[in-house]
Ligand binder design. Structure first.
Ligand code: HEM
Length: 445
């Protein structure tokens, strides 16, 4: 049957802004409401732009895998181009494939496992500075740690002194870029509005720092074991190296994609654990039996099934990347409807991971649900914290290993009591950030 020329159903919107006024104040609930009310394929509108929201695993598989070559990254992702440039997250086509092939060897499991001792050491270093009774922002602590791990593994850099300033500048740039999504009228970056000028200043600062990483990498006599050294040494078919501009884009992308997401996995895991003491107790039992106070090594990783289930479940309930999207490059079909060229399809992990067809009592944090082989019974795209298809996260093995090692290293020595036991408030940008951090008090285990 030819695809229907009608649009999938969706919520009525305003004449000019469409559904933006419903989306902006409550992004996560908005997607959930739309999927619940209008089904597995729904239409929403942001200003003049129509968007489909696909919420059935088969439809998601069709976009991410079957028809992957006819889709590119969507307009929302493009807003982050000032910082991510043409790095792996945003590049397309043959160029993307070449860059992905160049980067892939650094993310092979055998290679990633060699980073385990370093992750454990840096976690131990953080713990040595913690004092029981101290007030901390859980997310700040884990962002600092995963940032130090990313700098070391990706660039062979020991913590540079100005990391805090760098991280703050990054955060401010992301705030400025995210702000653009809600504005119907977007001035191109070259128009010197106060907003654009601020963003440009921040980005120039980030470029200076990353160019410094690259200069450091180039100045070494022997190439290091880190990813940047590999990219510096890489040559294309004509024997040409990557330009400094491309190196900077790849470095910035990997640093960003690689540390904030893992920090969020840890932060939300601890938020959930602090509110679910019975789960925490079981976790501590597993650590006592398997580790007995040691920081986990590679050999321990397969012996920590409950820790694994906690991380898996935390990423289900609070997925660090809660929404991905693709834009059609030609007329396509999806779920019996026509997807016209240029239209964006959103897929929200936030919605899929709460689908009661696959996750009974979806709002409940219940790591046990993963212990009896649930993952192998689910349709492939019912749970996809790392996306899927050819553009699947390149760092998924790295991230999972990092999360398990840090969770166990931290949790054997400390626990957190939250200032508030209410469900968290979010500040969803490209990732699922906590609003105003996660204030807590450190307690000795
Ligand atoms: C828990 C942690 C992480 C989560 C939840 C996560 C999630 C994701 C998701 C959902 C995508 C696909 C985006 C899309 O389809 O539009 C992605 C892509 C990507 N991620 Fe991750 N990620 C994590 C950790 C990492 C790490 C540790 C690295 C690198 C060190 C990394 C590097 C990348 C890169 C380079 C891409 C783009 C891949 C491509 O398009 O070829 N991520 N990530």
């Amino acid at each position: 049957m030819p695809p229907s020329s009608k649009l999938p159903p969706g919520p009525p919107g305003r004449f000019f802004s469409g559904n933006l006024h419903q989306f902006l104040p409550r992004r996560l609930d908005f997607f959930l409401d739309v999927a619940r009310e209008y089904g597995d394929l729904a239409t929403i509108r942001f200003g003049p732009r129509r968007i489909f929201l696909a919420s059935h695993p088969d439809l998601i598989e069709q976009v991410l895998v079957t028809d992957a070559k006819h889709y590119i990254k969507h307009f929302g992702a493009q807003l982050y181009r000032p910082v991510l440039g043409n790095g792996l997250v945003l590049s397309e086509g043959d160029f993307w494939l070449r860059q992905r092939k160049l980067s892939q060897p650094a993310f092979l499991k055998s290679r990633v496992l060699t980073y385990a001792p370093l992750m454990g050491d840096l976690a131990d270093r953080m713990l040595a500075n913690w004092r029981p009774g101290e007030k901390v922002d859980v997310h700040y602590e884990f962002s600092s740690l995963t940032s130090a791990i990313a700098l070391k593994t990706l660039f062979d850099l020991d913590d540079p002194g100005d990391r805090e300033e760098f991280t703050n500048t990054l955060r401010e740039s992301f705030d400025l870029m995210s702000y653009r999504i809600g504005n119907l009228l977007k001035f191109p970056l070259w128009i010197p509005t106060p907003h654009n000028l601020r963003l440009k200043r921040k980005v120039a600062h980030l470029y200076r720092v990353v160019d410094g990483f690259i200069a450091h990498g180039r100045a070494r006599k022997e190439p290091g074991n880190d990813l940047l050294s590999r990219l510096i040494a890489a040559r294309d078919e004509d024997g040409k190296p990557m330009t400094d501009r491309q190196l900077r884009d790849e470095a910035m992308t990997l640093y960003l994609a690689g540390h904030e997401t893992t920090a969020l996995t840890l932060s939300w895991s601890w938020h959930l654990l602090a509110r679910h003491p019975k789960v925490e107790e079981k976790l501590v039992d597993e650590w006592k039996t398997v580790l007995n106070g040691r920081t986990p090594t590679v050999e321990d990783l397969t012996r920590l099934p409950y820790t694994d289930a906690v991380v898996t479940e935390a990423m289900r309930v609070y997925p660090p990347v809660y929404l991905i999207g693709r834009q059609a490059t030609k007329d396509l079909e999806l779920g019996g409807y026509r997807v016209p060229k240029g239209l964006t399809v959103f897929m929200a992990q936030w919605v899929s991971h709460r689908d009661p067809r696959y996750f009974p009592d979806p709002e409940e944090f219940r790591p046990e649900r993963w212990l009896d082989g649930l993952a192998s019974r689910l349709p492939r795209y019912a749970y996809y914290p790392f996306g899927g298809g050819p553009r699947v996260c390149i760092g998924n093995t790295f991230a999972l290993m990092e999360a398990v090692i840090i969770l166990a290293a931290v949790g054997q020595r400390f626990r957190f009591t939250l200032e508030s036991h209410a469900p968290p408030e979010f500040e969803p940008q490209i990732t699922l950030l906590p609003k105003d951090g996660i204030p807590a008090v450190l307690k000795r285990r």
